[in-house]
Design a protein around this ligand. Structure first.
Ligand code: HEC
Length: 165
């Protein structure tokens, strides 16, 4: 008798633990955004705003075949790198710890695409430049969808739809 009660308790305990872990797995990806101290987050946001201004300007430069400007802004975007800002050693260390490998990969891809856009501008190749411009914007979206879903909830909804329907 005692054994059966222990078995039943065991089964319930397992059900409880298992369902709890399933629920945790099914949570929206909000908790997967990168966690930074307020100071670093401010730096990252300031850099993002600068990149944003650059990328908007490039659209007009492409439309007017202003290759010098496309080249210059691409180079600026490519050189902008949060990890190269004037960080204190403690902040540099925090970034190294806080940024997951995938963030660094997406960031590297982003910089590669900015370089390709610059090269297309150098060659005065309008079609190729437009192509690399669209790829560059796409890489903004990739990183935001993965690491800024709280800041940009539009990505979260698309992600949830994908998984729950
Ligand atoms: C490797 C990752 C990554 C890439 C690439 C990236 N971003 Fe971001 N961006 C972020 C993260 C993370 C945040 C959210 C910071 C926060 O939590 O507020 C952000 C925030 C922003 C913001 C909001 C800034 C603010 O003031 O709050 C803008 C605008 C932005 N990004 C524009 C861009 C544009 C435009 C591009 C591409 C040209 C780009 N980002 C590429 C990671 C990235």
């Amino acid at each position: 008798m005692k054994i059966r009660i222990m078995t039943i308790i065991g089964v319930f305990a397992c059900l409880f633990i298992c369902s709890a872990s399933i629920r945790a797995d099914g949570d929206p990806p909000a908790g997967q955004d990168i966690q930074l101290s307020p100071e670093l987050l401010d730096l990252l946001r300031a850099e993002m705003r600068e990149i944003s201004t650059g990328i908007q300007g490039i659209a007009v430069s492409l439309a007017t075949a202003d290759w010098g400007s496309v080249k210059q802004t691409s180079a600026k975007i490519s050189a902008s790198y949060i990890m190269k800002q004037s960080l204190t050693p403690a902040q540099a260390n925090e970034l190294k710890q806080a940024l997951p490998e995938q963030f660094k990969l997406l960031d590297a891809e982003f910089h590669r695409r900015a370089d390709r856009l610059g090269a297309a501008a150098e060659a005065h190749n309008a079609e190729l430049a437009a192509f690399h411009y669209s790829r560059l914007v796409e890489s903004c979206a990739h990183c935001h969808a993965r690491f800024a879903s709280q800041r940009f909830p539009g990505f979260t909804r698309a992600h949830e739809k994908e998984h729950h329907h």
